[in-house]
Design a protein around this ligand. Sequence first.
Ligand code: AMP
Ligand code: ZN
Length: 112
Amino acid sequence: MSCIFCKIISGESSSKILFRDDLVTAFRDIHPIASTHILIVTNRHIDSVNELEPEDESLVGHMVMVAKELAKQEGLAERGYRLIINTGAHAGQTVFHLHLHLIGGRLARFVA
Ligand code: AMP
Ligand code: ZN
């Protein structure tokens, strides 16, 4: 198993877990682009949005609901935040394990 996110989820690679349930795990991005930069990752390895099946619809909805709760906890609910899923190399996807970026607060560096 070489996937870094699978290693974090399994505990093989240590990372401070912010949230975890049956479906998703959330932890802070190692290279944050803003004061809040959290990744909400599916517990099951799915390469990207391209590999989602119709039965994964509620899983994707759940990722967004978890992001919403974490945004509230981070104090971002009122001022706003971004939820991003990069899909494929040309979109800048570097880790091919499905994840949702929750980005908010003071930007550390610019991203499109
Ligand atoms: P993406 O470019 O959408 O595939 O996002 C991958 C993100 O994972 C990048 O923002 C990386 O900084 C982040 N990342 C890579 N390795 C780790 C790690 N070990 N722990 C936390 N975040 C990571
Ligand atoms: Zn994985």
